[in-house]
Design a protein around this ligand. Sequence first.
Ligand SMILES: [Zn+2]
Ligand SMILES: [Zn+2]
Length: 275
Amino acid sequence: MIRYAVLGSGSSGNAYVFSDGADSIIVDNGFSRAELIRRCDAAGADWDTVRAVFVTHMHPDHCRGVGTLARKDGFPVFISAVAGKLCTPELARMAVPGGQLNTIDEGEERPVGGFRVRCFYTSHDSSGSVGYRIDHKQGCFCIVTDTGCFDERMVGAALESDVLFLESNYEPRMLKSGPYPPPLKKRIDGRFGHLSNEQAKDFLVRCGFYRDPGTDIQGQLCYNQPDCRVRRVYLVHLSSTNNSVELLRSRYSSLGDRLYVCPKGEMACGVLGGQ
Ligand SMILES: [Zn+2]
Ligand SMILES: [Zn+2]
């Protein structure tokens, strides 16, 4: 059985944990060490089993707490090969001790205990940003966040996962009429920004979620594709200013508990596989 959790998502801090009881991996840490340990504990992941930290990209809400973990706990840290080449100032700030910083590139696989981790590049304004696919004999997870658009590689990784963590950052009309200054609006809905609710929905359709013509008037999606492996979707990295948890929950109500909307900053825990 794998215990997994969104330990937090959105601009206040991002982190995920995946644990099979013997080994655990963390993806991103935008929290203090104490807060991350508290959240792992609440998710049922034993801190003593944490073996490695994987980083999606160098924005502070994803990596501000990574250096501390490397220095205090001695965890190896993995960043993408491109980030390793291009993010010199960010890496200097992160201050991972020599020898503990590792890279992973598309097409490579990093084994950690019973987990096998692969990455795919995303389209974001942080050099070498990636999403991750995490395989285990008990099941497969995929994280697709912080990307202004998606492509076949991301869809391909998601299609093979049992649990998908997908960014659904903003509702386009709320961003448009909202309080953000124009350059920030442009950044968010640009090619190197974030996935909108519409893009996330298109992504789910590509993953085999069926757009039922009978219910599409309300924008509802159904789950009746026999070849769709994704059993559970977590919509994450929601903006609290330009999005609405209630709106998304009602829009996806036909999916029942197959889809969970994670409010910014909050945890969401789950289990996958048998004993
Ligand atoms: Zn980012
Ligand atoms: Zn982010």
